[in-house]
Design a protein around this ligand. Sequence first.
Ligand SMILES: Cc1ncc(COP(=O)(O)O)c(C=O)c1O
Length: 572
Amino acid sequence: MPDSMDSGGTALAFYGLGAAAVAASLVSLRGRLLLSGGKHPSLAGHARIARRLASFIRFYEYGEDRFFRADSAPADVATRRRAGFMQLSALYQTRFAKTAALTAEAAESISDLQFTAAYRVPFQFSRYVRQHLKTGAFLQSSAGVTVTDLDGNEFYDVTGSYGVNVLGYDFYKQAMARGFERVAALGPVLGPYHPVVAENVKRLREISGLDEVSFHMSGTEAVMQAARLARYHTRRTHLVRFCGAYHGWWGDVQPGIGNPLPAHETYTLKDMSEDSLRVLQTRRDIACVLVNPLQGLHPNMNAPGDSSLVDSARAARFDKKAYAEWLKRLRQVCTGQNIVLIFDEVFVGFRLAMGGAQEYFGVRADIVTYGKTLGGGLPIGAVCGRMDLMRRFRDDRPADICFARGTFNSHPYVMAAMNEFLRFIDTAEGRDIYRDLDRIWDERARHLNERLRNEALPVQVANMSSIWTVCYTQPSRYNWMLQYYLRAEGLALSWVGTGRLIFSLNYTEADFAAVADRFVMAAKAMREDGWWWHNPAMTNKSIKRAILKEMIGHRLFATRDGSDPRPAERRR
Ligand SMILES: Cc1ncc(COP(=O)(O)O)c(C=O)c1O
């Protein structure tokens, strides 16, 4: 072959390769651009940046003076705040003495308690609050919609036991007791099943409208299994979760702060966004989309907790119709792209409707995870899915399996308590509980909001049925204090404070009226004590800016032990 032809051919091949490489990189660039368009602009939408920034922030805290004047309130307001705070502190010390003493003793060796105690309020205030307002971690009993601490104080329970308590604690006590009796003869034998398992599976198939069921020990495990199955069957790598959505604490679904490792096979996309649908339509590596329908209450935002309540920017509003429309669009796109649509109903399943979010929003998923209340008071996670997606092996490739086991899966006692739960919700009484749910809870929220408005209090609630969150209507640095006034009025809140109030469905009108009274009283007491003093020039933005400045200052000037070496007058 002549030389010139040879080199011509080589050049052509070279150009061809070059063109292919350019085309490939353009496609990949387009993919990347689409992907970044699908990200929410907030830090919750940028897990990697959020993690990096989190490591940048150094600890610092306010001294006593600044504690009461973080918003530069005048001295008389600070004095009122201090007096109110100390009065509250004295009340906590006497009223919760026994409970607080045991909590303090136990906290030294319970890491979970140390963590939750540190993150009840923004960190700049945390240590001083812990020192003076000791919240108890122990209770002795529950009855109706109340719980009682070791000092004999009765509280209305709005913790909802992380959402587990849908039907009221008395129901679960009975479910567990009756269930235990029914399986007592078999006892804790694992591996073989007690016959109640078959009935549970039958009921779950009916409720979910899906073909097969697997049982696990927690919601986190159920989500892990659902995602693993989706990856196995689609042979694709990535899962999509929506910005802010919680799906348990497994690494792949928690790509941001809280997980020391980056989650390389997770895309976090914007909720309720066409940009995200475009990502789903164009990428070929997406195995599944995880939806936590609770995000309908606060799309694209993290679960609200008072430790991040640095200002009043917390926003929540549930638009059922709009969220249902979004889920329908998502369903269409997932069907078109063979992406597995997973509804993570660990929280909302059996709370919004008997048929969970699928029924409530009128959209069917390929896989649904349940947990929490389904266990009848005991730990549980369950996966319901289409037959083709639930299979853990391939007929034509015997070594290619999708492994999932668990020592305690299908534990007879759990299965029996679950059975009691599933049987009950199928009775006339059980079905009745789900009737009119939204009307009841929306009406209660509306009523409380009206009272708060009439009292000119800067607080409102937003709700998705019986799941509520407290929002604040005027910029303030002290909204997190409300949780301590609420506790003083006898409301039991979880460690996320006013971020989430969860009601059990056995709250009567009278029970709710008592909670509403106490809520209003607490807010009024907080206002009386000056915490909501408001400088009209202060906005949520200006608060954030001031905190950012503080953080940068402490990053630049802090010593290794976190203290600020600058002279006091230069510290702000
Ligand atoms: C939607 C959702 N998925 C998963 C989980 C994790 O469940 P568990 O805490 O039982 O592991 C939770 C827990 O709150 C949840 O709300």
